[in-house]
Design a protein. Structure first.
Length: 270
C-alpha cells in the first residue's frame, strides 16, 4: 500500500512566523501557514516538493490543553523540553486499509481524526489523520495523513499560491529524517513490522556520531541512528528521547550552511 513522507513537525514555543524568519535567513523558502482553531495551534511551513517542514506552536493554551489530538497533546507535554523535531507524518490515499492492517499488527490505532486549517486568505483545507501506538515498544510510530485533494491538485494549488517555491540556498529535497534510537536492530524490526520496510546495511555517520540503517520511503528516507560515543545523536537521545532529531537536505549550493532551530538541518550536496 502507498506511503510517502509528507511532513516533519518541528515544535516551537514562539510565534511560528519567527521560526520561519530564522529559516529564511539561512536561505530556505518558508511561509505562514494558518490556525487550527479547534486545537488552539498555529504554524508556518517550508516545502520541498510535497514534503514539508511544519513549525507548530500553541497559540491558545486553554484549547491546546483540552485537545484529544495526540499530536497536540505531545506538543503541550514537550513544552518543557524546548524547541525541536517532534514527529513525522506519512502520506497515504488508503487510510482505512492502513488502519485495519496496523490494528492486525498489534498497534493501538486512534482515528481517523478529521483536521482542518484556515489559511491566511480565509480558505480552509481539510485532511484526516491516523495516530499509532505500539504497546510492545517504547518507540513512537509516525502518524498517517490523508489529504482531501490529490497530490496533483495540491502541487498546482500550493505552487500557484507561492507556498511551493525555490529555496535561495539551493535546497531541493529532504534526503532523510534522522531518528535517535537506543537499540538500532530492534528499531529496524519495529519499523518493518509497522510498514514492511527493509533496512539497509549498517553505516557509520561521523557527523551524527551514530551507526545507522536507512529505510526507503518516497519523499525522503528514514535514518535510524544509534549513538556511538558522544555526538549529535547521543545528545538528542539523552535530552529528547527516541524521536527525530535532524534532517539531511539535498542542495545544489556547496557553500550552504547548516541551521539549528532546536533541531539540526544539515545541507548536503546533491
Amino acid at each position: 500500500m502507498d506511503l510517502a513522507l509528507d511532513h516533519i513537525v518541528h515544535f516551537v514555543h514562539r510565534a511560528p512566523a519567527k521560526a520561519a524568519e530564522q529559516f529564511r535567513a539561512k536561505g530556505y523558502h518558508a511561509v505562514a501557514g494558518g490556525r487550527h482553531a479547534m486545537w488552539g495551534t498555529w504554524n508556518s511551513l517550508s516545502y520541498f516538493g510535497l514534503t514539508y517542514v511544519e513549525f507548530l506552536a500553541v497559540e491558545r493554551e486553554d484549547l491546546a490543553r483540552e485537545s484529544e489530538n495526540p499530536l497536540i497533546r505531545q506538543l503541550v507535554a514537550d513544552q518543557k523540553q524546548g524547541e525541536g523535531l517532534g514527529q513525522i507524518a506519512l502520506r497515504t490515499r488508503q487510510m482505512d486499509e492502513w488502519a485495519n492492517r496496523l490494528r492486525q499488527a498489534g498497534l493501538i490505532v486512534t482515528g481517523p481524526v478529521a483536521g482542518s486549517r484556515m489559511r491566511e486568505d480565509g480558505s480552509t483545507i481539510r485532511w484526516r489523520m491516523l495516530f499509532l501506538d505500539d504497546p510492545d515498544s517504547a518507540l513512537q510510530p509516525p502518524f498517517l495523513i490523508e489529504w482531501g485533494e490529490s497530490d496533483e491538485e495540491r502541487v498546482k494549488d500550493l505552487t500557484s499560491r507561492g507556498v511551493i517555491a525555490p529555496h535561495a540556498n539551493g535546497a531541493k529535497s529532504i534526503q532523510s529524517v534522522c531518528y535517535a534510537v537506543s537499540d538500532l536492530e530492534e528499531a529496524v524490526r519495529r519499523w518493518q513490522l509497522w510498514f514492511g520496510w527493509e533496512g539497509s546495511e549498517v553505516v557509520t555517520d561521523e557527523q551524527l556520531g551514530a551507526k545507522c540503517r536507512q529505510l526507503p520511503v518516497p519523499g525522503g528516507s528514514i535514518l535510524l541512528c544509534q549513538p556511538v560515543g558522544s555526538g549529535l545523536a547521543s545528545k538528542a537521545l539523552q535530552t529528547r528521547g527516541e524521536r527525530p532529531f535532524a534532517l539531511k537536505v539535498c542542495t545544489e549550493n556547496r557553500e550552504a550552511q547548516d541551521v539549528v532551530l532546536g533541531g539540526m538541518y544539515t545541507l548536503l550536496p546533491c
